[in-house]
Each structure stands twice: as structure tokens, then as C-alpha cells.
Design a protein around this ligand. Structure first.
Ligand code: GUN
Ligand code: ZN
Length: 448
């Protein structure tokens, strides 16, 4: 058993909206189960809880905030080196940078090197669960899963399916791609903290036969995830309409092939209508809101008010390398900015909202866990949750220290943290399995 004393922030893991819990002077008690995974056994006020666990070794972190490890609901590990590649929108960006970069993952040594950096960077930024694309090369999944397992990361990943409208080097072959997907499911899904996601890149890059095969696998393996992109960019949406003239909408294409269900996560979802929102809500599929990517690529502004009214499950995502940062703080900042916008990006108005700091944090922790079908498993400090957490220093920079010291409420304090923090505020990251605590001091890391 281990106990940590600090300020504690977490959310009800089963609610459909943010219900924050906070202890200014809290105690978090964790213990390893028979499966080797450490879980939260108790959380609450230090004064009342310590008496129940008097002999558990205590790690003192007063003045720091302990919160659940962040969940990145959509990211591309092979695009680690694509960050900051400017282009005239999504489709030129894919052609100019992304596909050429991803073609290099045919080389297992390259995949391994990038996977290693990627996993280290996720942890350094406080991300302990990620739903990530690999590339179309099956070996790119093997490389990532091995690195994630070694670090105890909760990693859900899949080989990209793209058998058309894709250049040599990344285009796969329909039948082989489906056989490879099934072999990878069998190899990796449910091993340690790893999961598999069936990964049609997006409707334009997959033939009907490939989409049909993906849907059949999704039905045969109902606890495997599905990940893709939907309604990100106006040119992309127009292209989908040309390719699928008989489908009601972009999202309806995925629905027709059996790819809308619980544990299906679609990135972006900027250009959805009321019927799409309904289909998402009824199926339990989720949207990974990817605000830094949408800003960088000029894709548009996510409509929170409409999605929320429609009951759509949401979580936050970096979408690196369209996204600009691995940092959950950068993503939460951008989500706030995108929420404020009164336009979508196609000339249609939307209602600007002012997301609370609790809402932003929830979307990157317990809300994202709900979207993954992992509510109560990750993304919270509630008892029973896997013990993935971050230790944050609210005085990590002079400006952060000055601004947080003046906050007159918890909401104001958290908002200042969201607006001003970055990886310098992430002083320790604890994952529920494997090596244990990663201590980050001035960019260097050590495992204890
Ligand atoms: N749509 C299809 N592929 C991609 C990708 O790699 N990134 C983003 N942002 N959108 C996509
Ligand atoms: Zn993406």
C-alpha cells in the first residue's frame, strides 16, 4: 500500500457531466491487486482518513495538486515528427507531410524509435491513457504496444486501414489489411493495459469492402475499440458527399457499415447535424474534440452547445501531429477558445459557450474515460480506479505562482492552472502498473 498527501481533484467516474470532488488537504491510498495493477482503495480528507491507514507509508506532497492522469482521446503516434507542418488545410497536409512521414513506419527500427519517444513524451506531459493511431504497417502497432507495455501506459491503438486514395508506401491491400487487423487484435487486445482499436483512417481512404470487413470485425470483437475521423473539414465533407452520394451524411457512412457503437471514437465532428448527433448519442459512440488541431489546420470550431444538447459523449484530444501540443493544458486552453467562437467554419453560426475549468478538466479525465467505455477504470481517483495520477506544481513558473496565489475560489485557481500551466507543472506521474513513479525534474526523468 502507498499513501499520498496533497490537494486532490477528481470527478465522479459514472456521471454524464462534471461532478467535481476536491480535498484541499487530502489523502490518496493505493494498493496493488492480484493482477499487479495498483488501484485507489481510499480517498478523502487527510484528517479523517489517516486514522484508518496509520501505518501506510506516506508521501508528502502538500502544496501540490494530485489529479487523475490525463486521457488523450485521439492522437497519432507516427505524427510525432509532423507537428508544426503548415499546409493549406487538411487534405494538402495529409498529402504533403503526413503520408510521406507515415510511409517510413515500414521500417520497424524507425517505428520503435518514434514509439519510444512518443510514450516518454505522453508520460512527461501527464497523459497516462491514449487512444492512438499507428500507421497502415502492422509492425507499427507492435512497436508501440511493446513500448507502452514496458511503461505501464494504458494504450489503445490500431493499424490504419486505407486501401484507396492513398499513395504507395501507406496504401494497404483489402483482404490482407483485415487479416492483419484480426491478428493484431488477438496479439494485443487485453494484454497488460493494452487495447486494440479497429482503425479505418476515414471514409475516403477505405473501399466498401474494407469498411464492410472493419464492421464485421467490430461485431465479432465487441469489446475492441473503433477509431476514425469524421466531419473535420469542409473540403473533406464535400469529398465524402461525392464518394458516398447515397448516404445521408458523412457519419451515416460509418453507421451503414456497423461502425457506430459503444467504444467507437470519432475525431473532430465539427460538421454534424441533428440526426448525426442523435445517431451518436443513441449508439454510445463518442467524439474526440481536437481543438489545437482544428485551429492549426483551419478546420473550424467545435459546437459544444449543440453536441451537449444532443447528448453526445465527448472527450478531449491532442490529435498530434495536426494538433500543436502533447500538453493536456494546451488542449484544454484551445477547447476553451474554440468553445467561445460563434462560428463553425462553414459560415454557419453556433452558440459561443464559456466552458468551466471543471468541465475542461473532466473532458480530459473522467469524461474521456466515459467516452472510451472505461468510466470507473481510469480518469478518476474514486475508489476502485486504476492508480494513474499526476502531481502538479501550481507554482511551477513565476507567473503561475503569482496568478494561482491570487485566486479566490477553486474554479478561479483551476482556470489559472489551465491557462498558464505546461509540462513544467507536471512534477511526477504515477502509472498503475509497471515501473511506478516517474519523477520529472527540469526535463530529466527517473523511475523510482
Ligand atoms: N483524416 C484522415 N487522416 C487524418 C489525419 O491523419 N489527421 C487528421 N487530423 N485528419 C485525418
Ligand atoms: Zn487524427
Amino acid at each position: 500500500m502507498q499513501a499520498w498527501r496533497a490537494s486532490l481533484l477528481w470527478f465522479d467516474p459514472h456521471a454524464d457531466e462534471p461532478h467535481p470532488r476536491y480535498e484541499a488537504d487530502g489523502l490518496l491510498v493505493t494498493a496493488a491487486g492480484a493482477d499487479g495493477v495498483r488501484r485507489v482503495v481510499a480517498v478523502g480528507a487527510f484528517d479523517t482518513l489517516r486514522a484508518a491507514y496509520p501505518d501506510v507509508p506516506l508521501t508528502e506532497r502538500r502544496g501540490r495538486l494530485i489529479a487523475p492522469g490525463f486521457i488523450d482521446l485521439h492522437i497519432h503516434y507516427p505524427q510525432t515528427d509532423v507537428i508544426g507542418s503548415p499546409a493549406e488545410g487538411l487534405l494538402p497536409w495529409l498529402a504533403q507531410y503526413t503520408f510521406p512521414h507515415e510511409s517510413r513506419f515500414a521500417d520497424p527500427a524507425h517505428a520503435r524509435a518514434v514509439a519510444r519517444f512518443f510514450c516518454d513524451e505522453l508520460l512527461r506531459q501527464g497523459v497516462t491513457t491514449a487512444l492512438t493511431f499507428a500507421t497502415s504497417h502492422p509492425g507499427s502497432v507492435d512497436a508501440l504496444m511493446a513500448e507502452a507495455e514496458a511503461r505501464g501506459l494504458r494504450c489503445i491503438a490500431g493499424k490504419v486501414l486505407q486501401d484507396r486514395h492513398s499513395p504507395d508506401g501507406v496504401r494497404d491491400r483489402t483482404e490482407q489489411s483485415l487479416r492483419d487487423t484480426e491478428a493484431l487484435i488477438i496479439r494485443w487486445h487485453g494484454r497488460a493495459r493494452l487495447g486494440y482499436a479497429i482503425t479505418p483512417r476515414f471514409a475516403p481512404s477505405c473501399s466498401d469492402a474494407q469498411m464492410r470487413g472493419a464492421g464485421e470485425l467490430a461485431a465479432r470483437y465487441p469489446d475492441v475499440w473503433i477509431q476514425s475521423h469524421v466531419a473535420e473539414n469542409v473540403d473533406e465533407v464535400r469529398w465524402v458527399r461525392e464518394l458516398y452520394p447515397h448516404d445521408r451524411s458523412y457519419l451515416a457512412v460509418y453507421e451503414r457499415f456497423g461502425l457506430l457503437r459503444e467504444r467507437a471514437v470519432y475525431a473532430h465532428g465539427i460538421y454534424l447535424d441533428a440526426d448525426d448527433q442523435r445517431a451518436l448519442a443513441q449508439s454510445g459512440a463518442a467524439i474526440a474534440v481536437s481543438p489545437t488541431s482544428n485551429l492549426f489546420l483551419g478546420s473550424g470550431f467545435f459546437d459544444y452547445a449543440t453536441a451537449r444538447a444532443g447528448g453526445v459523449r465527448l472527450g478531449l484530444a491532442s490529435d498530434v501531429g495536426g494538433g500543436m501540443s502533447f500538453s493536456p493544458f494546451a488542449t484544454m486552453r484551445a477547447a476553451y477558445t474554440v468553445g467561445r467562437a460563434a462560428v463553425r467554419g462553414d459560415g454557419r453560426p453556433k452558440t459561443g459557450v464559456s466552458l468551466s475549468p471543471f468541465d475542461l478538466w473532466w473532458q480530459h479525465t473522467a469524461g474521456a474515460a466515459r467516452a472510451l467505455g472505461l468510466g470507473g477504470v481510469v480518469g478518476s481517483l474514486a475508489p476502485g480506479s486504476e492508480a494513474d495520477f499526476v502531481v502538479l506544481d501550481p507554482a511551477a513558473t513565476p507567473l503561475l505562482a503569482r496568478r494561482t496565489a491570487q485566486a479566490e475560489s477553486l474554479a478561479e485557481w483551476l482556470f489559472a492552472l489551465i491557462m498558464l500551466a505546461d509540462d513544467r507543472a507536471v512534477t511526477e506521474v504515477v502509472v498503475a502498473q509497471g515501473p511506478g513513479t516517474q519523477i520529472f525534474t527540469g526535463g530529466a526523468s527517473a523511475v523510482h
